[in-house]
Design a protein around this ligand. Structure first.
Ligand code: AMP
Ligand code: MG
Length: 311
């Protein structure tokens, strides 16, 4: 049964995976409105509910086993749906086992370190699922689209120049390889939103008072760099989708479908890790038996030497 479910999830997410070594042209290769075989929102929501239960079960096993960790990296353009995806996909999971980190414009202290430092500081421990709401990929996205960010990074002259993006891709690939070799799965999701849908979501953020706080003038400025971002995303996806940490391009125009896909990729990763509850040794089992016998033999609660103070 589990095997059938695992196969179904694997084939569902297959078209979303960026084939390692392939050259991605985002606008041509991935449709933000794609919805696989799931055509109805209600059906999608039911599937997500089942997925959320599955994730909760696997997360319990991951936490008990304490051998592997999972790092989920979420990238998107503004209004791509990162926050909602985290809220929905993780809704059934024990909050103690999940650590969400959001990355904004780097602080002075962060800029005083190498560019991966602040991300390394927030990595999940064994047994945990770490979620990066924006991630180290900003270092080859916003920093590439707005190179003035580089001026603030205090880099030596030799590490800035024409080949610097190829070098950063390699450094990121090596870092992720190191993490996966050490038991941490790296899951990378790009929520792929269309130009039209971003406009619709911005208008909603402007028109609905409860959503005003989500909108900033900077969002419109960033939108004017749409083409540059599409190019930066395409290059980044081509260079950093690796067998040990492939990218998944999630069609993000329908929120319910994006959440379903994100849940499916995470479930697939956990099923591949297949964490197990630790088995106790024969010795420990003897201890458990003894403790059980003691508990069964108990008659009444112990009284303190002086008896109750109230008496
Ligand atoms: P938000 O996620 O909407 O709160 O915005 C966070 C902002 O921080 C976005 O505009 C990002 O582009 C920006 N940001 C995130 N990481 C970096 C970085 N490494 N360098 C410069 N800006 C960044
Ligand atoms: Mg924003």
């Amino acid at each position: 049964m589990n095997d059938v479910r695992a196969k179904r999830i694997a084939s569902f997410i297959e078209p979303l995976r960026v084939e390692p070594g392939s050259k991605v042209r985002l606008a041509k290769d991935f449709d933000p409105a794609f919805k696989a075989g799931v055509t109805k929102k209600r059906e999608g929501r039911e599937l997500l509910r089942a997925g959320v239960e599955l994730l909760a079960e696997y997360q319990r096993r991951l936490a008990a086993e304490k051998t592997h960790g999972v790092l989920l990296c979420l990238q998107a353009l503004d209004a791509g749906g990162k926050d909602g995806t985290i809220r929905h996909v993780m809704s059934g999971v024990n909050p103690q086992g999940v650590k969400v980190s959001s990355f904004k414009v780097p602080s002075a202290e962060e800029l005083d370190h190498d560019y991966l430092w602040r991300y390394a500081c927030r990595l999940p421990a064994r047994g945990e699922i770490g979620i990066f709401n924006r991630s180290h990929y900003e270092e080859v996205l916003v920093v590439r689209v707005h190179p003035e960010n580089l001026d603030r990074q205090h880099l030596p002259g030799a590490s800035v120049g024409k080949d610097m993006w190829a070098r950063r891709y390699r450094e990121i690939n090596d870092w992720e390889r190191y993490l996966t070799d050490n038991g941490f799965a790296v899951v990378k999701l790009f929520l792929n939103l269309s130009w039209e849908q971003q406009r619709a979501r911005f208008l909603k953020r402007i028109d609905v008072p409860e959503r005003n706080w989500k909108f900033s003038a900077a969002d419109i400025r960033e939108r004017s760099f749409w083409k540059d971002y599409q190019h930066a995303f395409s290059e980044m996806l081509s260079a950093t989708s690796k067998p040990w940490a492939p990218w998944y391009v999630i069609p993000a125009d329908r929120k319910w479908f994006a959440r379903l896909c994100a849940g499916a990729v995470l479930a697939h990763t956990l099923m591949e890790l297949d964490p197990q509850y630790p088995r106790v040794s024969d010795e420990a089992r003897d201890e458990l038996r003894k403790a059980r016998a003691e508990l069964e033999a108990e008659e009444k609660p112990p009284t303190t030497a002086g008896g109750s103070r109230r008496a």
